[in-house]
Ligand binder design. Sequence first.
Ligand code: CO
Length: 210
Amino acid sequence: MRTLPQLFENNRQWAETITKNQPDFFPTLSRQQSPNLLWIGCSDSRVPANEIVGLLPGELFVHRNVANLVVPSDMNGLSVIQYAVDVLKVRHIIVCGHYGCGGVRAAMEAPRHGLIDNWLGHIRALYHRQREELACIAEEKARVDRLCEINVMEQVKNTGNTTIVQDAWQRRQPLVIHGWMYSISNGLLKDLGLSIASSEELEESRDRGK
Ligand code: CO
């Protein structure tokens, strides 16, 4: 089939339901967006940002890529962060990873996945740095899950180290970066407990080696 009629039917029903509950929802939204939150998550189809946290259109600014990476040379990711921080003035940036991430798992394997290995190289470097800690975990699945967590913590730091966030903190703009994990098997979020709200806190987290 060349077209996807079911999706248009779903869409029509979705818009109708929202409009029924709140007739001015779309007209109001069309005039502006003022989300408080930036979500940086994985592209995985099982981790849909808005649904997980129960937020409607207009409430969450979203960037997703394979394995939720924040890479200082990635213009796409940086542009999203800049727009969110400088223009929308979001108060929170949530880096949300998930257990069993295929990108993280692939980075732990021999590099034979094609183009994507260039992207996953960022996690592979992290894997090698944390090899000793990870080697103590006997079960493979648990090893992958631990690297998923370590990856989120690393991306929180990468976000904090961007010139965009550093400048925001310097001008005293309120901005907290969070590291969360999502469990595909039960649908629940977990806070990794490293909410960072200033350059000083970022330094402290580095000292703790977290
Ligand atoms: Co993933």
